[in-house]
Ligand binder design. Structure first.
Ligand SMILES: C[S@@+](CC[C@H](N)C(=O)[O-])C[C@H]1O[C@@H](n2cnc3c(N)ncnc32)[C@H](O)[C@@H]1O
Length: 261
């Protein structure tokens, strides 16, 4: 890092100063609260998106660590690169690539991190195998994620309003998120010994069904696909009406750390 406590270029800050989303930051807070910082590491962030937590990992570890981010999302990698250049950071790089085929040699990293990645990988088994391949013996694999139980209060409403023929889809939607047991099994199968698991949760409250269903975050959860297109207006209208007062939803989080055997 060249710059020691300099001021930032304010003329460029509006286009770069996008704070981490409230959603990602909750998991990021758990990550940075639990992660023990060590010196001289090669660090990989899998699914680094537009630069979180890869940039923060580089910033808190300092210049003796080399930090790399990888993501399949080309535009996000370009954005992360622009932020890194603007911040004048020299200990962090980002690469476009698929975590199921990591573009790195065997045994390249001492710490592999993924914040909110694991529920999004098409082939998590392959991603874990790749993490094991690029990990040095003794390297740590740290994952933070939401787990099953995610917004269970909303799924309860879905079950109450949607006809029985949709209940299996509701269950599938709930099940697509990891459980602690599943994640720990993946660690073991890939050759990591689980050394720590920390559970936490936070709440998100929405004023009513209308706010919940139109919220920019919940659009990512695929709830529209729970019902057939021809039923959408009627059934989602009924869900919207059924939630006629503030609804507090629970988001269970998990931090899992393991060591490469
Ligand atoms: C929910 S976002 C999390 C992004 C960021 N880590 C954060 O905390 O905000 C999941 C990220 O995983 C990436 N992703 C999904 N599948 C991937 C894969 N096979 N290889 C690499 N990245 C992947 C997505 O492109 C996306 O950026």
């Amino acid at each position: 890092m060249k710059v020691l406590n300099s001021t930032v270029d304010l003329s460029k800050s509006a286009s770069m100063f996008d704070e981490v989303s409230l959603w990602s930051s909750r998991f990021g807070a758990l990550l940075f609260e639990q992660l023990e910082l060590r010196d001289g590491l090669d660090i990989l962030d899998v699914g680094c998106g537009t630069g979180f937590p890869v940039i923060e990992l580089a910033a808190v570890h300092g210049e003796n660590c080399r930090v790399t981010g990888v993501d399949v999302w080309k535009d996000a990698i370009e954005r992360a690169r622009a932020k890194i250049a603007w911040l004048e950071m020299t200990n962090v790089t980002v690469v476009e690539g698929d975590a199921a085929r990591l573009p790195f040699p065997n045994g390249a990293f001492d710490l592999i991190v993924s914040n909110l990645g694991v529920n999004n990988f098409d082939n998590p088994e392959r991603v874990f195998a790749e993490c094991a391949r690029v990990a040095r013996p003794g390297a740590r694999l740290v994952i933070t994620t939401n787990v099953q139980g995610h917004m269970s209060e909303v799924y309860e409403v879905f079950r109450g309003v949607l006809p029985a023929r949709y209940h299996e889809r509701i269950a599938d939607s709930e099940r697509h998120r990891a459980t602690r047991q599943e994640l720990e099994s993946r660690y073991l199968a890939a050759g990591f010994e689980v050394t720590r698991a920390v559970t936490a949760e936070f709440g998100m409250t929405f004023a009513h069904g209308s706010a919940l269903l139109r919220h920019p975050l919940t659009r990512w959860f695929g709830w529209r696909d729970l019902v057939d297109a021809e039923d959408f207006e009627e059934l989602f209208g009924a869900i919207e009406k059924a939630i006629d007062k503030p609804i507090r939803t629970t988001i269970p989080m998990l931090y899992v750390e393991g060591v490469r055997r």
